[in-house]
Design a binder for this molecule. Structure first.
Ligand code: GDG
Length: 462
């Protein structure tokens, strides 16, 4: 069995309870093969304390059968590679937000520099038959750097965020370089069929690649395979969490507090891709258009703090706070507030209890690679009396979760109408939709995702 080497921007200890489903799923595969997980440490070293651009101290730690190797970043590298290029250029552009991109020429240099540095640190740790799996937009050029140093092992890449249409990608200065770098991989995995179509069109129209067979492209004297591998959740883990004490306590408290009300829930990182202001406007339209929901429908919106050092994030936070305040001010009463807005991270063990207490789950991103919250909401429901998922058609998850109420989050009135339908959906229809949705979430869980990706990678090596 080949050893699995996972590379991602951040590394998690798969054995810690706080680690999410992805860390656990990758942890299983890493553990089974005595694997290595490589990434940045999250430590940022100021230049006064010796932080030098393109250099970083390496830390090695053993956890069970897995070795975690992490690298510190200098302030300059962190600002250019992480804050600047990854989150100031690639994140907005890949989410179709050219208006929010900051194409500062210095960032791309830092992005290259850190990818090269990671390749230099990783290369001596590799064994000849390792299988390397690189994750996400921070590390697109990593394989090209490794290949330049003579690395011949299988290398796969998985993009967790969407891939936009060719003309949006083409707005990135040096997009040719970025996309050409994909050809150093043996397999590129994407979340959805829509993303795969975009890649295919880009490679044909912008890179002059030859379509050799569906999902196989020839260019730059290399062959690249690409496929859609929609990521899933660990359903059994989520169900166990739902039955756990913390989730059950949360469920009981919520049921007591909102006994005469209908609860709606949203749980997101506070990110402009998640469509939070649009969601609040749709909820306001619901109260406006369907007054029977006043004094009853209550939205709990958790917006977990995220990337607060990037400007666009403080803007979205202010907008959201203003909107929530206005709705509560206009519609709230002495004994009822329409929105409970929480700008904090809620403990992972409690979240499923919140999902289960809610009649409606609102997952309405403007664009999302997949969106795991949609799948977690389904897995946390009581099959006998399930809540209804209102899901944006622009989440990758919408390709699979067609039994949710699919909405266009830009259409405030139509989203309000869908929420109204969800709040008043008869039990039988809720049960039927939930049954189908859960079957889909189970059939394509995180273990299926990992195994089908790695199987394709083993077949793809050329
Ligand atoms: C990227 C892509 C893709 C959220 N708030 C809290 C909390 N969460 C947890 C959720 C869920 C996870 O964070 C969020 O995952 P998403 O998939 O919804 O979104 P991103 O973070 O943007 O992830 C996305 C994903 O990668 C995987 O490929 O699906 O499209 O953007 O698990 O439950 N967890 C806790 N407290 C919170 O307040 N404990």
């Amino acid at each position: 069995m080949s050893r699995l080497v996972v590379v991602s921007n951040r590394v998690a200890d798969p054995r810690k309870a706080a680690a999410g489903g992805l860390a656990v799923a990758l942890g299983d595969a890493l553990s089974a093969s005595g694997g290595l997980w490589f990434g940045s440490s999250g430590n940022v070293v100021e230049s006064a304390a010796g932080g030098t651009a393109g250099e970083g101290k390496v830390h090695t730690q053993r956890t069970g059968h897995v070795t975690l190797v992490t690298v510190d970043l200098s302030r300059e590298d962190h600002d250019a590679y992480y804050r600047g290029y990854s989150n100031g250029v690639l994140w907005p552009v890949f989410h179709y937000r050219l208006d929010l991109a900051d194409f500062d020429a210095g960032y791309i240099e830092g992005y290259r520099r850190v990818n090269r540095m990671f390749a230099h640190k990783l290369m001596p740790l590799l064994k000849p038959d390792d299988v390397i799996w690189v994750h996400d937009y921070h590390l697109i050029p990593l394989a090209a750097e490794l290949r330049a140093m003579g690395c011949r092992q299988r290398i796969g890449f998985y993009l967790h965020i969407p891939l936009p249409p060719p003309l949006i990608l083409a707005a990135i200065p040096a997009h040719e370089w970025l996309m050409r770098a994909l050809f150093a991989y043996d397999l590129v995995g994407l979340q959805s069929k829509a993303d795969l179509q975009h890649l295919s069109r880009y490679l044909r129209d912008e890179a002059g690649a030859e379509l050799m067979s569906p999902g196989t492209f020839g260019a730059f004297s290399r062959v690249l395979k690409a496929g859609a591998f929609p990521i899933g959740i660990d359903v059994d883990d989520l169900v166990a969490l739902t039955q756990g004490k913390e989730a059950q306590d949360t469920l009981t408290t919520m049921r007591e507090q909102f006994a005469r009300r209908q609860l709606l829930v949203g749980v997101d990182r506070l990110d402009y891709s998640k469509g939070l202001p649009q969601r609040i406007r749709a909820f306001r339209a619901l109260l406006d258009r369907y007054p029977e929901n006043r004094n009853s429908a209550t939205l709990i919106q958790v917006a977990a703090p995220s990337r607060e050092e990037v400007d666009a994030y403080s803007d979205i936070r202010e907008e959201l706070e203003r909107l929530c305040g206005a709705v509560n001010g206009n519609y709230g009463d002495l004994d009822w507030m329409p929105i409970r807005y929480i700008h904090r991270t809620v403990a992972r063990k409690r979240v499923p209890g919140l999902f289960r207490a809610s009649r409606v789950g609102l997952v309405t991103p403007l664009r999302d690679g997949m969106n795991l919250v949609a799948k977690e909401f389904i897995a946390a429901q009581d099959a006998d009396d399930p809540g209804v998922l209102v899901l944006s058609r622009f989440a990758g998850a919408a390709e699979q979760l067609t039994d949710a109420l699919l909405v266009n989050p830009y259409d405030t009135q139509a989203t309000a109408d869908a929420i109204q339908t969800a709040l008043h959906m008869p039990l039988q229809e809720r049960q039927l939709r939930h049954q189908r949705l859960l079957a889909e979430v189970r059939a394509h869980d995180v273990h299926w995702w990992r195994e089908s990706y790695l199987r394709s990678l083993m077949e793809a090596h050329t």
